[in-house]
Write a protein that binds this ligand. Structure first.
Ligand SMILES: CCC/C=C/C=C/C(=O)SCCNC(=O)CCNC(=O)[C@H](O)C(C)(C)COP(=O)(O)OP(=O)(O)OC[C@H]1O[C@@H](n2cnc3c(N)ncnc32)[C@H](O)[C@@H]1OP(=O)(O)O
Length: 306
C-alpha cells in the first residue's frame, strides 16, 4: 500500500483554500472500474491511478473503455477542478496489453475487405478516444510518471496538460517494435509537446528509450523528482494550486490553450473573444480582483462550483 502525504488541501466543506494534510492511498481498482483506482486526496482534486500493477498496468480491453467512462464523469463533475494521473506498482505502464491486442485489433470482423477495414477504422477510432477524452476534459490533468512509460503510455501522457516524472523514469515510443505505427495520439501530439521534430522522429522511428534528464531538457516533462513519493507530493501540491483558483478561469485557460495549439493566432484570438464574451461576465473576476486589491491569494476566494 502506497501512502503519500499531501502537503496542502482544501478544507472539506468550503471552497476556501487552507493548508492541510490528506493521505493519498493506492488501494485496488474502484468499482465500477477494474483497471483504475479513483480517489479524492483533496477537495476538488481527483486522483486516477492506473491499477493493474501485477501486469505492469498493461492497457487491457477494460482499460480502454474505462478511461472514457472515467474522464467523461470527471468532465461533468462540478466537484472536480483538477485531475492527477499516476500508475500503481513497479512502473507507470507497459503500454497496450499484448495478450488482449491479438483478440481485438488483430482480428477485425467483416464479410469482405471493405467491411473489415470499416470495422478496423471504428476500432482504432474508439481506441483514440481513450486518450482524447483527457484532452477534451476541461479540467487540467497532471500526470506523474515513475519508471517505465511505454507505447500507449506515451500516447496517454501527451494528452495530459502537465507532465512530471521521477529520476528513474524512461519513455519509449515502442510501437514500431511491435510492427505498427503509433495510432492513438503520440504521432499527432508528441511533435506539439517536444520542440525538436528531429528528436520526435528519432524516438518514433527507433523506439529508443528516453530517460528523465532528456525528457526534461526536451520539454516532455516540466519537472523531475528523486522518487515517487516526492513526485506525488508535488503533483498534489500543484493540483492544489490549480484547484484553488477560479474554475472559470482555469478551464477557460485549458480549452483555449488546446484550441490555439491547433489553430492560427488569428483563429485563436477569435475563439478567445467568443469564449470570453460570456465567461468574462462571471462573478469570479470581481471576486478575484477584489482579493488581489486586498493582497489576498486567489486561493482565499470562495468560487462557485462549475
Ligand atoms: C489501436 C491500438 C493502439 C495502441 C497501441 C499501443 C502500443 C503499445 O503500447 S506498444 C508497447 C507494448 N508493450 C511492450 O512491448 C512491453 C512488454 N513488456 C515488457 O517489456 C516488460 O514486461 C516490462 C519491461 C514492461 C516489465 O518487465 P518486468 O520484468 O518488470 O515484468 P514482467 O515479469 O515482464 O511482467 C510482469 C507481468 O506483466 C505482464 N505484462 C507486462 N507488460 C505487458 C503487456 N504490455 N501486455 C500484457 N502483459 C504484460 C507480463 O506478461 C507478466 O505477467 P505474468 O507472467 O502473468 O506475471
Amino acid at each position: 500500500m502506497l501512502s503519500l502525504i499531501a502537503r496542502t488541501a482544501l478544507t472539506k466543506n468550503s471552497s476556501v483554500w487552507l493548508p492541510g494534510i490528506r493521505a493519498m492511498s493506492s488501494g485496488g481498482p474502484t468499482a465500477p472500474f477494474t483497471t483504475l483506482s479513483i480517489s479524492h486526496p483533496a477537495t476538488a482534486v481527483t486522483h486516477v491511478e492506473l491499477h493493474r500493477p501485477e501486469k505492469r498496468n498493461a492497457m487491457n480491453r477494460a482499460f480502454w473503455s474505462e478511461m472514457v467512462d472515467c474522464f467523461s464523469q470527471i468532465a461533468a463533475d462540478p466537484d472536480c477542478r483538477v485531475v492527477v494521473v499516476s500508475g500503481a506498482g513497479k512502473m507507470f505502464t507497459s503500454g497496450i496489453d499484448l495478450m488482449d491486442m491479438a483478440s481485438d485489433i488483430l482480428q477485425p470482423e467483416g464479410d469482405d475487405m471493405a467491411r473489415t477495414s470499416w470495422n478496423m477504422r471504428r476500432i482504432i477510432t474508439k481506441y483514440q478516444e481513450t486518450f482524447s477524452v483527457i484532452e477534451k476534459c476541461p479540467k487540467p490533468v497532471v500526470v506523474a510518471v515513475h519508471s517505465a512509460c511505454i507505447g500507449g503510455g506515451v500516447d496517454l501522457i501527451t494528452a495530459c496538460d502537465i507532465r512530471l516524472c521521477t529520476q528513474d523514469a524512461w519513455f519509449q515510443v515502442k510501437e514500431v517494435d511491435i510492427g505498427l505505427a503509433a495510432d492513438v495520439g503520440t504521432l499527432q501530439r508528441l511533435p506539439k509537446v517536444i520542440g525538436s521534430r528531429s528528436l520526435v522522429n528519432e524516438l518514433a522511428l527507433t523506439a529508443r528509450k528516453m530517460y528523465a534528464d532528456e525528457a526534461k531538457s526536451s520539454g516532455l516533462v516540466s519537472r523531475v523528482f528523486d522518487d515517487k513519493e516526492a513526485m506525488m507530493a508535488a503533483a498534489l501540491e500543484l493540483a492544489g494550486e490549480i484547484a484553488g483558483r477560479s474554475p472559470v478561469a482555469v478551464q477557460g485557460t485549458k480549452v483555449n490553450l488546446i484550441y490555439s495549439r491547433d489553430h492560427s493566432v488569428a483563429e485563436g484570438l477569435d475563439y478567445m473573444a467568443t469564449w470570453n464574451m460570456s465567461m468574462l461576465q462571471t462573478q469570479d473576476v470581481m471576486k478575484s480582483a477584489q482579493a488581489s486589491m486586498e493582497k489576498k491569494s486567489p486561493k482565499e476566494v470562495a468560487f462557485s462550483k462549475l
